[in-house]
Ligand binder design. Structure first.
Ligand code: PLP
Length: 375
């Protein structure tokens, strides 16, 4: 079968690999990276995904996981044990907060949330047991941008690790490890896979020992990724560079149009010169601002529902970052479980709508939004 010479990695849809004799088995245990044993421990497809993202992020090693949530869990466990304390940016992904509040708290890992304005003044919040800060490159849904270089220096001065959820930016905009972060992680479900057909995650470590620890957590907790999902994610990753350009180009045009529209009260997009961290976002994103934006319509449920019914190119779908546009409603989904006061503090109001701008022809998106905003 030597004539088989595939250009791309085929799907190794096998849970286990064969060994010829005991010498081969011993050779594997002498160097576990020399071949494959069992797919939960490693598989050519999940390794290809992890290696590709590791290379993009400039890390020392990575592990592919079954979801973004699995990857956040692995990252926290890499640094924390019972009795430890973590700091977490207040406007974090809802699932991350739920994981910390309901599960990691049961394992004896405590959390303190840090308002965005206080991210660079962590000393008063630190305890002797504080291990890390978890923050996002760009927050959801208001797209506030963290200064990762400044944050890394601040964390390290306090003896903390910086763990960055880089999902919204993708490595095409921002490479947190190059700015000093210790771990950069992704919900691969979003931009890296990019086609709304995969659930996966990846964690990349700046340090080889931490990468080995992540790998062990993945294997022992059973967080690793299946061959088929890995293969789809690798396929998606190959066009990430092209897609992020189009997402960014389209989102800027949409944000600019919305900002000038009388039915829109406010637009949150780092690419607009009016955004509070516009200069930082431009520098940290290499001139690209990504495909996510939020806008405020009138604080009236009926106005929002009407917009949802009228738009044809932005179906309501509570995820993001696919090639096809979609919209989400933070008050009804990601931030539903918060108290009215927390929602208020985070700026999650009745009129707030989040758009994931896809890579369709931008004139079609603009025309659709214009007609949907007519009352
Ligand atoms: C979606 C998302 C996650 C969780 O990822 P899953 O793949 O759904 O488990 C984590 N962080 C951010 C910023 C996300 O958008």
């Amino acid at each position: 079968m030597t004539f088989i010479n595939p250009k791309i990695t085929p799907i190794y849809q096998s849970s286990v690999f064969k060994f010829e004799d005991l010498n081969e088995l011993d050779a594997y245990f002498a160097d576990t990276s020399s071949r494959y044993l069992y797919s939960r421990n490693g598989n050519p497809n999940s390794d290809e995904l992890a290696d590709a993202v590791n290379q993009l992020e400039g890390g020392a090693g990575a592990v592919a996981t079954s979801s973004g949530m699995a990857t956040i869990f692995a990252a926290i466990l890499a640094y924390c044990q019972a009795g430890d304390h973590v700091l977490c940016a207040a406007d974090i992904y809802g699932g991350s907060a739920a994981l910390l509040n309901t599960e990691l708290s049961r394992m004896g890992i405590a959390v303190t949330y840090v308002p965005f304005e206080q991210l660079y003044e962590l000393a008063p919040l630190c305890r002797p047991t504080t291990r890390l800060l978890l923050a996002e490159t760009m927050s959801n849904p208001l797209l506030r941008v963290a200064d990762l270089g400044r944050l890394a220096a601040h964390c390290h001065a306090l003896g903390l690790k910086l763990v960055v959820d880089n999902t919204f930016a993708s490595p095409m905009l921002t490479r947190p490890l190059q700015l000093g972060a210790d771990i950069s992680l992704h919900s691969v479900t979003k931009y890296i896979a990019g086609h709304s057909d995969v659930t996966a995650g990846v964690t990349v470590a700046a340090d080889a020992e931490v990468a080995a620890r992540l790998k062990q957590i993945g294997v022992l907790y059973g967080l690793t990724l299946s061959p088929m999902e890995s293969w789809l994610a690798v396929r998606g990753l190959k066009t990430l560079r092209l897609r992020m350009r189009e997402h960014s180009h389209n989102a800027l045009a949409v944000a600019t149009m919305l900002a000038a529209h009388p039915a829109v009260r406010e637009v949150y997009y780092p690419g607009l010169p009016t955004h509070a961290q516009h200069a930082l976002a431009a520098e940290q994103g290499g001139g690209l601002f990504g495909g996510m934006l939020s806008c405020k319509l009138a604080d009236d449920r009926e106005v929002v529902s009407n917009f949802m019914r009228r738009t044809e190119r932005f179906p309501f779908a509570p995820s993001l970052a696919g090639v096809d546009s979609s919209l989400s409603y933070p008050l009804g989904t990601s931030h539903r479980a918060l108290t009215a006061e927390q929602q208020q503090d985070l700026g999650i109001t009745t009129g707030l709508v989040r758009l994931s701008v896809g890579i369709e022809p931008v004139e079609e998106l603009l025309a659709d939004l214009r007609q949907a905003l007519e009352s």
